[in-house]
Design a protein. Structure first.
Lengths: 143, 174
């Protein structure tokens, strides 16, 4: 089950944070996102593997802890997308397609002429679309 | 998913926007008008590049980003690619040459003022106003992928718009 999603701008400013669990854990969510940003920076700046992984957008599993896993995705414009999930076994293809849809929704939200760049995304349509994508993901993995 | 609009509407919109800023809002301050038009282009380029780089892997250096602008970005905007790209590595300048700039193929330079020396200057002033918008688009697109630069444009052999050549010069701040 996806616990939360986050979008962070290229100056590491939060653009969108949404948690899908019922608990009131916004602070914990911020903390998780913050730690993941460090992992992303480390992955992008010090490539231990070949050059091809340096340029890919999908970053994969960032770090697992005992109760959840964090997946990352970096767009060409340095916008970072993070997904925190409590699922134990998540298929790579599912997460990749989730990020693709998430990225598409983000592009549509940012193309809004009333959206101020580098400020939080306040569009309700974007929030609804993201909830829809999360629900579809949950239905896909359960069914 | 999106709806489409006739290209002539878009041409009319740009021409009217430039003339509104140049003649009505900032009639006495042409450099303010040009800066506003360039800022509009900046936001448009900023948002467009987000949309056009969705499926691509990240750019490894400046040259790749410029090549993307010359090929894919230009084809999305103008249905053709940049015809020539020159660079001066030491100085950090790139010159993009477009041999038939789509937005100018329908720009009308007033024929009655062609013989007059004084209004030769004003026709080139009008086209330079129009040029700020695509310069802003390029600057906005590059700034969103992390490259800051100054863009200037130069249009040669107007008013024969069938063969109008446009040079965009990108200067990188290092």
């Amino acid at each position: 089950m996806i616990a939360s999603v986050a979008v962070v701008g290229h100056q590491n400013n939060p653009l969108y944070l949404q948690s899908f669990t019922n608990a009131n854990d916004a602070l914990k969510l911020h903390h998780i996102v913050h730690c993941s940003l460090d992992v992303i920076d480390e992955r992008v700046n010090n490539p231990k593997r070949s050059v091809s992984t340096l340029n890919e957008s999908y970053l994969g599993l960032l770090y697992p802890t005992e109760s959840y896993k964090v997946y990352g995705y970096l767009s060409n414009t340095k916008a970072k997308f993070l997904v925190v999930t409590t699922d134990l076994d998540v298929k790579d293809a599912d997460i990749r397609s989730f990020f693709r849809r998430f990225h598409a929704a983000y592009v549509d939200a940012v193309s809004n002429p009333f959206h101020v760049p580098e400020k939080k995304i306040v569009s309700r349509t974007f929030a609804q679309r993201v909830s829809g994508i999360v629900k579809a993901f949950a239905a896909g993995t359960n069914g | 998913m999106g709806r489409e609009v006739a290209e002539s509407c878009f041409d009319g919109l740009i021409i009217e926007m430039v003339s509104a800023y140049g003649r009505r809002f900032y009639a006495t301050k042409p450099d303010l008008a040009s800066r506003r038009i360039e800022a509009i282009g900046f936001q448009v380029g900023h948002q467009l590049i987000e949309r056009y780089t969705v499926e691509r892997p990240r750019f490894s250096d400046h040259l790749e980003a410029i090549k993307f602008i010359c090929k894919e970005f230009w084809s999305e905007l103008f249905k053709k690619q940049i015809d020539n790209l020159k660079t001066n590595h030491r100085v950090g300048t790139f010159v993009l040459q477009d041999n038939k700039f789509r937005w100018f193929t329908r720009v009308l330079i007033d024929p009655s003022s062609e013989d007059n020396e004084a209004s030769q200057g004003s026709s080139s002033e009008a086209t330079s106003m129009l040029l700020h918008f695509p310069c802003g688009i390029i600057r906005g697109a590059l700034s969103n992928v992390g490259i800051s630069c100054a863009v200037s444009a130069d249009a040669s052999n107007l008013p024969s718009c069938e063969s109008c050549i446009l040079f965009f010069a990108l200067k990188f701040s290092i």
